[in-house]
Ligand binder design. Structure first.
Ligand SMILES: Nc1ncnc2c1ncn2[C@@H]1O[C@H](COP(=O)(O)OP(=O)(O)OP(=O)(O)O)[C@@H](O)[C@H]1O
Ligand SMILES: [Mg+2]
Length: 369
């Protein structure tokens, strides 16, 4: 991780991508490498701790007081931002659409609906922002968080999927001259049950058809620039100074997804710096078993049951971790325990980083670096 200038956290929903992204950026700043973390939908309390609550799409420097409150003194600055989908799309159109098309696109009802609902849109915007921040070159380390993807491919394919949508000849044929003339009803759209279809089906009437036709005519003025950017983004993702940090939970159902994602990243010639196994259950320490054994009555029975359940989960996690290690070799595995509380402030983020950097290990589980 140390030699990368772009780190991207990936993984399935809710596993800890945003938490790990904040952790990587904080650790870098503490060690003297200025950093920027671009988060997506951070948990509210983490956003507050990073001072992001009122910021929308803007980059913000984490204030010294926030670090002081957590007892931290970073050697370089840390910046953070929260990606706002709608504003990012608007910025993109403003920057890249020809001047005479800008207003037409921005004020179009389809654009307004699609910019938030288009499948892959969130993934695309994350990639777009990454590219922009990287080009500006203001941060020695850029950490990019990704949205929860139902399928691993969504994220890697985002730029291409936007292109596919814009390039779809059948859609264009249907949407432009015929629609402009208002000849066809919406039933003609053969877009299946996709997001796009659902969004479109919310609109009816001729005015709608006109709007849709305008949208297609104007948005295609962006196609070339999307194409170029998709190519550049892929180049950045495959660059030797970019690395992925794959986050997963140790439960069996998550592991298969992680292994699949790992394989996919490697197949796409992308570098995986580490697999972070998050929320690992540590086995109950002997001393605690001893304490519980000294109790009696219903409390004893209840606590014993809780500890047994914990140990059952710990054993299951250990098995999963072993499997993951085999299947992802030689990518290093890093274990982070399940904390009692959410990782909601800088102090907890720092505590998490100690596991990522090996200053602390999950007790009772063999380190598997
Ligand atoms: N090791 C941990 N122990 C306890 N709580 C954790 C741990 N890691 C993350 N959490 C908490 O779990 C919740 C989900 O984490 P996070 O938001 O980082 O996941 P995510 O993968 O970004 O989710 P999404 O896919 O929805 O974006 C947060 O409230 C976070 O504080
Ligand atoms: Mg997240």
């Amino acid at each position: 991780m140390q030699d990368a200038d772009v780190l991207i956290t990936v993984g399935s929903g809710g596993v800890g991508k945003t938490t790990v992204a904040a952790t990587l950026a904080l650790r870098a700043a503490m060690e003297g490498q200025g950093s920027m973390v671009c988060t997506i939908d951070p948990a509210r309390r983490l956003a507050n701790a990073l001072g992001l609550e009122a910021l929308g799409n803007k980059e913000a420097k984490i204030p010294d007081e926030a670090f002081a409150k957590a007892g931290l003194l970073p050697r370089a600055s840390m910046h953070a931002m929260m990606l706002d989908m709608k504003r990012s799309w608007d910025d993109l159109v403003e920057r890249r659409a020809p001047p005479d098309k800008r207003e037409k696109i921005l004020s179009n009802r389809f654009y307004q609906a699609l910019s938030t609902a288009l499948a892959g849109s969130q993934e695309y915007i994350a990639m777009e922002k990454m590219w922009e921040l990287h080009e500006q070159g203001r941060y020695p380390l850029l950490v990019v968080d990704t949205p929860p993807t139902a399928h691993a491919l969504d994220f890697l394919d985002a730029p291409n999927r936007i292109l596919d949508f814009l390039d779809n000849d059948a859609a264009k044929w249907l949407l432009t001259p015929a629609l402009a003339a208002g000849k066809f009803g919406l039933k003609l759209f053969n877009l299946g049950g996709s997001y796009v279809a659902k969004t479109i089906s919310r609109f009816t009437g001729t005015e709608t058809l006109q709007q849709l036709a305008d949208f297609m005519l104007n948005i295609t003025s962006l196609t070339e620039s999307f194409r170029e950017r998709a190519h550049q983004v892929r180049g950045l993702l495959q660059s030797p100074s970019t690395a992925f940090v794959l986050v997963t939970a140790p439960m069996p159902e998550r592991l298969d997804e992680a292994v699949y994602f790992h394989t996919l990243l490697l197949q796409n010639k992308m570098r995986v710096a580490a697999v972070v196994v998050n929320r690992v259950h540590a086995p109950v320490p002997d001393a605690l078993w001893g304490e519980v054994a000294r109790l009696s009555g219903p409390l004893h029975a209840k606590l014993e049951q809780t500890l047994k359940e914990n140990d059952r989960l710990a054993a299951q996690d250990a098995k999963g971790i072993e499997r993951l290690r085999e299947l992802c070799a030689p990518t290093p595995l890093v274990l982070v325990p399940r904390f009692e509380l959410d990782v909601h402030d800088l102090k907890a983020v720092w505590e998490t980083s100690r596991y990522l950097w090996g200053d602390a290990t999950v007790e009772g589980v063999a380190p598997v670096r």
